[in-house]
Design a protein around this ligand. Structure first.
Ligand code: FPP
Ligand code: MG
Length: 322
């Protein structure tokens, strides 16, 4: 159940080796291994995939050189999700129990911290240089600012500009950083690195818009997350912003999303109101526009298969159902 199988066999092999490397990386303690392995399984591996694909634009870049940083990227992503689930009080992710649901919030904080520290250990041990460390530190800093911004504005309706600012910080920057790091480690020229970064930003904006769309229009059995989770935790996203603009029940919807407490019944009512509007199409149209822009900005690469893979990834991001 992985879109990656549609990419070339070489990438599948690389991702298998990544899984092995991840498993080896978290063996400091038996509890840590048991707690972290399930959390690290089942993700889309989109971030390492972007990193690998961009780095392979230089045919001389070996997988051995890429694996520790690809692992660090996936560990940082998982750490951020572990902390996010604590903040959102989510009990299910990727179809399994979250760390906070399994072990309580205190231990879950420490599991996230461990994954985060392990990532920077791998970076330090493998001499990637200052630019890589600085790029990763800036990413984590922005992830935190994005999350804090979100947490300080729960149950408030953002403007489109505020919504975009937040999704840039919490998602788009991560995907663009993976592309950028691929370019840096592979020693691509500055023009290519900047172009890949711009591609990653548009890809990330589309990714988060689709994520927010899935929260209302996704299939729970496929996404592995409950519907309306954002709404319940007070996070007002693009489908709601659109519905508030166009729904005849806008005032009622506004009352629900800003009330400070959203019950299960409120979630069902709000989803019905949102589904009666054009919010689904509106969000998809915006996501497609970012994907078009991502594709247009792709540079001509030394390795032509890189461009084809990045185009396929762009198509997956907007069409995905999980
Ligand atoms: C998921 O978004 C969460 C994020 C994209 C970022 C979370 C970042 C932090 C908690 C900052 C701390 C970072 C580290 C590295 C420890 P979402 O809630 O929109 O998606 P979801 O529906 O999958 O939960
Ligand atoms: Mg969340």
């Amino acid at each position: 159940m992985n879109f990656l199988s549609e990419l070339d066999a070489e990438i599948c092999n690389e991702l298998q080796q990544l899984n092995n490397f991840i498993e080896q990386a978290i063996k400091d303690d038996q509890f840590i291994t048991e707690a972290c392995l399930p959390l690290l399984n089942g993700g889309k591996r989109l971030r390492p995939l972007l990193f690998f694909t961009c780095a392979k634009s230089n045919n001389n870049c070996s997988l051995e050189r890429l694996l520790p940083l690809a692992t660090a990227i996936e560990l940082i992503h998982t750490a951020s999700l572990v902390h996010d689930d604590i903040l959102d009080q989510s009990s299910v992710r990727r179809g399994i129990s979250t760390a906070n649901a399994s072990y309580g919030a205190q231990i879950a904080v420490l599991i996230g911290d461990y994954l985060f520290a392990k990532a920077f250990q791998l970076v330090a041990e493998n001499n990637y240089g200052d630019e890589v460390s600085l790029t990763l530190s800036r990413l984590v800093k922005n992830l935190c600012i994005g999350e804090i911004t979100q947490d300080r504005s729960l149950f408030q309706v953002p403007t489109i500009t505020e919504y975009y600012k937040k999704i840039r910080l919490k998602t788009a920057e991560f995907l663009s950083t993976c592309c950028r790091l691929g370019g840096i480690v592979a020693g691509l020229d500055r023009r290519e690195i900047e172009a890949l970064t711009i591609y990653g930003t548009d890809l990330g904006l589309a990714f988060q818009i689709v994520d927010d769309w899935l929260d209302f229009f996704g299939d729970v059995d496929i996404t592995g997350k409950a519907l309306g989770g954002d709404l319940k935790s007070g996070v007002v996203t693009l489908p709601v912003i659109r519905a508030l603009d166009v729904s005849i029940q806008s005032a009622f919807l506004f009352e629900i999303v800003t009330s400070g407490f959203v019950s299960d019944l409120d979630v069902i009512t709000a989803i019905d109101i949102i589904r009666e509007t054009d919010a689904a199409n509106y969000c998809k149209t915006r996501a497609f526009a970012h994907i078009d822009s991502a594709r247009i900005n792709l540079p001509d690469m030394q390795n032509t298969s890189t461009k084809i893979s990045l185009e396929k990834i762009a198509d997956f991001v907007v069409d995905r159902s999980w």
